[in-house]
Write a protein that binds this ligand. Sequence first.
Ligand SMILES: [Zn+2]
Length: 259
Amino acid sequence: MRTYCADSIVLRRIDLGEKDRIITIYAREQGKLSAVAKGARRPGSKLAGASEPLTYARLFLSTGRDIDVLTQAEIRESFTGIKQNISTVAYGIYLLELLSSFVDERQPNPELFDTLLSSLYVLESGADPEITARYFELQLLIDLGYEPHFDRCLRCDKPIGREKVAFSPALGGIVCPECGVPPADAIWVPGAATTYARALRNIEPQKIKDLKFPPAALRDLGLMLKWHIRYRLEYDLRSTDFIDMVAKFDDNGDLAQMR
Ligand SMILES: [Zn+2]
């Protein structure tokens, strides 16, 4: 049995029997993997906090025959700011689910780990969660080689202006109105929305807090990225329903009654 340490973000947990948990983590140097946290559900267990999703911790694990075993943990960040608000929790869970859906087991990608971690810190800092989610989606797609192209028309190479353009996930970018019938999967969006994609592509994470996007542009950008991600994954993520549900409760002012 070999022991190792893994700087990790906990993506998911499943209760196992009366006392234990299975956790899925994204480790900076080891990639996505599962481990059993024995006794994590016992009152006062030192592993309880460290095996909660949306936790950044240094985990000590030993390799098992079927599954690795979590033996010790030092919590680095519990993201209590995110966890105080059901809306930011919904977005935080979405970031975790999005990453988990795109990465394979035990394929390390330290850069993507750092992007997830810094995006969680951005959410924790009180930045607009929708802008933060768009930032993370874009950075993840860039990192994995699936970057949608927002700068120029994919057919005639003309720079995108403010006029309505067609975004096609199958093409991976924009077709301008002069270029004839767009692909069947395209959606029409104002060209202005692509400006905001360009802004998010190059920004330093700590500056996201200062960003303000017009609601319509943010919605259009969200739609393009959602379409693009759906095309890549071939399914919708469950946590997007959770975000929509929380937003509805927020709008109706019913959230306080739910608590
Ligand atoms: Zn064109």
